[in-house]
Design a binder for this molecule. Structure first.
Ligand SMILES: [Zn+2]
Length: 156
């Protein structure tokens, strides 16, 4: 028994794993596969493969593919990226970009008072009716009081 599994030798580096619940899985350590498919899908040994590796006295870490190992990670970042000023060839800016005169957009504020209420999205519900101006004043001044700007106003 290995980790609650019964491991049976089938062939060279091939094992039949019997679980306590009556299931059985076929592990091949040479091709790094298991009939549960987790081993070949993740390229990380499944519990059945680990049980087989323990039986075969193989280091479990050797069953993980090289791409997941620290050495591969280090190799992925071993190249250097130079800052633009240090790069040997400057990046040429096309004249269509460098000749542009960029300024603020030529727009004006529309006439009239801006709307206080925003447009509601489709499906969004308007909660209650609009407050009276007096309630809105009280709410605003109440908020200020919370921030320490004003004392509670007497609106009555
Ligand atoms: Zn498995």
């Amino acid at each position: 028994m290995t980790g609650g599994y019964e491991v049976v030798d089938i062939a060279e580096k091939e094992y039949e794993i019997h679980t306590k619940t009556g299931g059985s899985f076929h592990v091949n350590l040479r091709t790094r596969t298991c009939s549960c498919f987790e081993f070949q899908m993740l390229a990380i040994p499944c519990s059945h493969a680990i049980a087989a590796a323990l039986k075969a006295k193989i280091n479990v870490e050797e069953l993980v593919i090289d791409e997941y190992k620290l050495d591969s990670l280090n190799r992925a970042y071993e190249g250097i990226i130079l800052p633009e000023s240090a790069s040997p060839v400057g990046i040429g800016m096309p004249s269509i970009v460098s000749d542009l005169q960029l300024g603020p957009p030529a727009t004006r504020r529309p006439p009239g008072k801006p709307k206080k209420l925003r447009y509601f999205s489709r499906g969004e519900k308007r909660v209650g009716e609009m407050c009276s101006q007096k309630d809105q004043m009280r709410q605003v001044q109440g908020n200020w009081t919370q921030q320490g700007h004003l004392q509670e106003p007497n609106l009555r």
